[in-house]
Design a protein around this ligand. Structure first.
Ligand code: PG9
Length: 631
């Protein structure tokens, strides 16, 4: 070392003019940017400091602040471009730029505790301090302390704060509603993670979303999300990777995922026990007063968190006695699409940019009304819902709309589907479910859960289901062509009567709008089979979501569960279809179809072929209760 220093010193003396060209400290000329960027380390009540980017538009005075808290790297979310202008800097995930920049808002984005620039320990969806979190700090206290600091340290602000975000960043505004800071004037949870077991990111009705394993690794392997330590690929087609691995637990062991604390909690809690119930944010908030005006934003084809926003709305609506504190927006979007271009979704065309309409005509006036001094009351309906089929925005007083009634749609023999109960015919429709050849949840090769590189993951819920309906391990029941419009406004309820030769089974039910054989305006939509509501139910939880029980082989049993909300008009000439299958792979892990204590730990010998029967005999028929709008 000494010799090297000596050599460098000699070098400098020999060539004094030949020095490093990098300045000791670079200086950006003042006035170069249209905004002030401040990177603050905000102290929480336990002394942990959270990295917080504060972007103040040039000349801002009495400006409100829009806060997003995130586990996804505040610095990256506020540096989409190195520009003198805020617009390019913020264009990207979680930033409704036309609202933030044109609205003159101060933008604040903060790394949550334990991630990226923030200190402290990281716990996935950190529960509230209490039985699930013995520490005195959580996202509620961290948001309170952050807002307290912001109102005292951002001189350009008017002291009013709104919080908004998508997905995990939508879960965090819900946490902010617990013991909210008085300066928190409005919250906009978009596509929020609410109940990881019932219907958001981790399970749907007990079936595990194993393609999220990569996310768990990437979230927990390193604080900074170091790419060199990220989840790695081994197959172009994830169908092969997961099938070759065996159970999700086998893959986790193969990859060392059991180093991640959250993975071990998943394996420990495969059923809907207190671990999940006590963290479900609809349940948490149902027990608290609604103090902060809140707009829940939901995507009708949300491939990640389709359960959350409607569940919170359902929980909080009874508290909104004046119908002026809780708002819901239902858009024809995939997860988070509302902050981008949204005139299409996969093959669907809406003939207007529904995302832009939402941001400019709903979100912007809503935020202004609560955050800007002297702003007018916003003329926003309690529920604003885009009706697909007719491609029309509807202003509604509540969801589902008054007058919505239940109408039974019966599965019948001969693969028929009708609003009248089966009078005679075959007692059941049969198929063989083989875990060695699970039904792909979309056309192979199956790509990872990702948004970059042109991935089509975001659109999979609107994939054409024609391929599936042609498989022998998928049964499809289809109605006659409708002669008049059928308007669905709410959650279809599945009432399946099914039997299996196995001792466990998954039931996937899809309600489908079948387009006419030819669609002149868009020929490729001829015969298209569009899922308007679909979900999976793990049969072991038929009697209790908390206690898994074996299924009695060969016995027709009733399974009842809700499908996600639809706001859709099935037009005349279209037909209704219901598809039923017993795997949705590899998004969901396979059911071994022989009862084991914990499917995460299933072994190769546990996976067995089973013959499934969907029953539709008179008096024992399967049906869907459709939420049909009043006239
Ligand atoms: N809801 C998204 C997600 C969470 C957890 C696993 C996978 C995806 C999100 O926060 O972006």
């Amino acid at each position: 070392m000494y010799a090297l220093l000596l050599l460098l010193t000699l070098n400098a003396q020999q060539y004094p003019a030949f020095r490093s060209e990098t300045p000791a400290q670079v200086a950006i000329p003042p006035g170069s940017f249209e905004y002030r960027r401040e990177n603050a380390m905000i102290p929480m009540r336990d002394g942990v400091k959270l990295f917080t980017v504060i972007l103040v538009p040039k000349g801002a005075k009495n400006a409100p602040m829009l806060l997003t808290r995130t586990p996804y790297d505040a610095k990256a979310l506020t540096s989409h471009a190195q520009s003198a202008h805020l617009g390019p800097v913020l264009t990207g995930y979680d930033n409704a730029v036309d609202v933030i920049v044109e609205g003159g808002y101060i933008r604040v984005v903060q790394d949550v505790r334990g991630k990226y620039g923030s200190e402290g320990d990281y716990v996935m969806n950190r529960p509230l301090s209490g039985p699930r979190n013995p520490t005195p700090v959580d996202h509620s206290t961290d948001t309170y302390d952050t807002i307290e600091w912001l109102t005292k340290h951002v001189p350009e602000s008017n002291g009013k704060v709104g919080i908004l975000g998508i997905s995990y960043n939508g879960f965090l505004p819900l946490m902010a509603l617990v013991n909210p800071h008085p300066a928190l004037k409005v919250a906009v949870p978009m596509n929020p993670m609410v109940d990881g077991w019932r219907g958001d990111d981790w399970f749907h009705n007990g079936a595990f979303r194993q393609q999220m394993m990569a996310y768990i690794w990437n979230q927990q392997a390193t604080r900074e999300g170091d790419p060199a330590s990220s989840w790695w690929t081994t197959h172009f087609d994830e169908y092969d990777m997961f099938l070759q691995a065996g159970s999700a637990g086998d893959l986790a062991k193969l990859r060392g995922l059991d180093q991640m604390g959250f993975w071990n909690k998943l394996v420990e809690h495969p059923s809907y026990d207190a671990f999940w119930r006590e963290q479900a944010m609809d349940r948490v908030l149902a027990a608290l007063p609604l103090k902060v005006p809140t707009m829940l934003v939901h995507s009708l084809w949300d491939q990640e968190d389709i359960y959350g926003a409607p569940a919170v709305y359902k929980a909080l609506e009874p508290k909104d006695t004046g119908n002026d504190k809780l708002f819901l927006v239902l858009g024809p979007w995939h997860h988070g699409q509302q902050i981008g271009e949204a005139s299409t979704l996969g093959a669907l065309r809406f003939h207007s940019d529904t995302g832009r309409t939402f941001r400019r005509e709903i979100l912007r006036p809503f935020l202004d009304a609560y955050l800007k001094d002297g702003a007018p009351k916003a003329d926003i309906a309690p529920v604003t819902a885009f009706e697909t089929g007719t491609n029309t925005w509807r202003r509604l007083p509540a969801w589902p709309p008054a007058g919505t009634s239940s109408r039974k749609l019966y599965l019948q023999g001969g693969d028929a589907l009708a609003f009248s109960p089966p009078a005679s015919g075959e007692a059941y429709t049969e198929y063989v479910s083989d875990p060695r050849k699970p039904v792909p949840f979309r056309a192979r090769p199956i790509q990872p859960v990702a948004y970059d590189n042109g991935r089509t993951w975001p659109f999979w819920l609107v994939d054409d289901q024609r391929e599936a309906s042609g498989r022998t391990d998928v049964v499809s029941f289809v109605s006659e062509a409708l002669t008049e419009p059928l308007k669905l406004t709410g959650e279809p309820l599945v009432n399946l009567v099914a039997s299996t030769t196995g001792t466990d089974a998954d039931w996937v039910v899809k309600l489908i709008d079948v387009y006419p054989d030819e669609v002149a305006e868009q020929p490729s939509m001829g015969g298209y089979q569009l899922m308007i509501a679909a979900d999976i139910f793990r049969g072991r939880y038929r009697e209790s979501l908390e206690v898994a029980r074996p299924i009695t082989p060969g016995q027709p049993l009733a399974y009842r569960f809700a499908l996600p909300n639809a706001n859709h008009v099935v037009l005349p000439g279209h037909r209704l279809m219901v598809q039923v299958q017993s795997s949705w792979f590899p998004l969901y892990d396979r059911n071994p179809q022989s009862f084991v204590a914990n499917i995460f730990l299933a072994k190769p010998g546990d996976y067995r072929k089973a013959t499934q029967r969907i029953h539709h005999a008179p008096g024992a028929s399967s049906y869907l209760e459709l939420p049909v709008a009043g006239r």
